[in-house]
Design a protein around this ligand. Sequence first.
Ligand code: DC
Length: 223
Amino acid sequence: MASTPFIIVAIDGGAASGKSSSSRTLSERFDLLHVDTGSYYRALTAELLRLGLKPDNLPAILAALPGLQFGTRLNGRSAEMEIGGRVAGEEIRSREVNDQVSHFAAIPELRAALLAYQRGLAGVAREHHYRGLVMEGRDIGSVIFPQADLRFFLFADAGERERRRAGQGLQDQIRERDRIDSSRKTSPLTCPPGAIAIDTTHASLDQVVEQMAAAIAAKLGAS
Ligand code: DC
């Protein structure tokens, strides 16, 4: 009997485009390890701010990065990133982190520090006998896993995304973050060629998930 293939699903998109809700639902449905890479950039931002560093202090950031030890803690189906043995808490959603994270994320050396760690999570998913990995972010289908079995790119009207954030009681400069994330030189937010682009502006979570699930099921059926 053929064994079930291990699959990698990449989901990219701007803030509040529907990545987190859909990737969590898909992780349950297909028994995939869930990785929210935005939370990793946020945790790293919170840690650097805690050390008193600002994104424009490049020499100090470069000096600090090698001393940060990344680890992984599994929480349900999610792979959380530890920095120095600790998983960051709610501070990663703070106003200060929202304001600074895109500036830190534009630093190539900081992205390079996370690249191998993120790729290594496919091994963690295999070790723990998941059927695969679903990773969400900005550069997953373009840079981290360009050979992913499925690559999705979610997008939605900015006004609708602001309403979603406000509905969650969160204040977030999503237009400004998207502007910085899309215009940076290293690994900008972009829909990679060949990715399945889904407009979530007027779609319910169920509709988005069903469209993605059908593509995943077709892939599994075909392999
Ligand atoms: O998904 P999020 O809004 O929590 O991500 C926070 C920030 O992290 C986002 O504005 C840009 C950065 N990010 C990135 O540059 N690359 C990723 N793969 C994920 C997030």
